[in-house]
Design a protein around this ligand. Structure first.
Ligand code: TYD
Length: 208
């Protein structure tokens, strides 16, 4: 971490409530006078938002898993160069909805075991981890119900069903054990304000 800045990511299965929680945290930090940048992946920069449409819209078999890894990593590299790194250099707090852990899970686990490929490309092209990753842990059936109830054009990954949601949930929890120094697991199966209070405590620990 450099000075006042921090890189904080939100992760979790589809429908885990991370986007809502990210906004609540941003409001809280801004009210406390902090300089906050809210962003998301895939996307967050102009070029990466264009790649977002390529990866999230269209038929589920539009890309192979390998091509997808390249597209997500290309989007991330642009996002990092143009938004994340300049913001951190200016001592801002960057709150990012998903980051490389999502690629480790979705592209690394959902169609065979490509985790090593994801990690190699990450090492080569990204080489940065968040200061804090908030994993919003959520019941897979409830997450799927929420995700399906708001589905629109970005539906390539939401056809996967409950079994895949359960695998992703287990994968995220395993990732939290793999990187205990930066992960905090937050129980998302509660009222939004209770979840938000836990998140504020976890963040206070890192910003202190
Ligand atoms: P997101 O916009 O966070 O959707 P939600 O709010 O429903 O969680 O993410 C869109 C989808 O992109 C989500 O299904 C996960 C997928 N994704 C990947 O497969 N790999 C990645 O590297 C990222 C960042 C997202």
């Amino acid at each position: 971490m450099t000075g006042q800045g921090a890189f904080i990511t939100f992760e979790g299965i589809d429908g885990s409530g991370k986007t809502t929680q990210l906004r609540l945290l941003a409001d809280h930090l801004r009210a406390a006078g902090r300089d906050v940048v809210v962003t998301r992946e895939p996307g967050g920069s102009e070029g990466a938002e264009e790649i977002r449409a390529l990866v999230l819209e269209g038929a589920p078999d539009r890309w192979s898993a390998e091509t997808e890894i390249l597209l997500f990593t290309a989007a991330r590299r642009d996002h990092l160069e143009r938004l994340i790194e300049p913001a951190l250099a200016a001592d801002r707090i960057v709150l990012c909805d998903r980051f490389a852990d999502s690629t480790r899970m979705y592209q690394g686990l959902s169609r065979g075991d490509l985790r090593a490929v994801v990690d190699q490309l990450h090492e080569l092209m990204i080489g940065r981890e968040p200061d804090l990753t908030l994993l919003i842990d959520m019941d897979p059936a409830e997450g799927l119900r929420r995700a399906l109830s708001r589905r629109g054009r970005e539906e390539r990954f939401e056809d996967f069903g409950e079994a895949m949601q359960a695998r992703m949930r287990a994968g995220f929890l395993a990732l939290a054990e793999e990187f205990p120094a930066r992960f905090r697991v937050i129980d998302g199966n509660r009222a939004a304000d209770a979840v938000a209070a836990d998140i504020r405590r976890a963040v206070a620990g890192v910003l202190a």
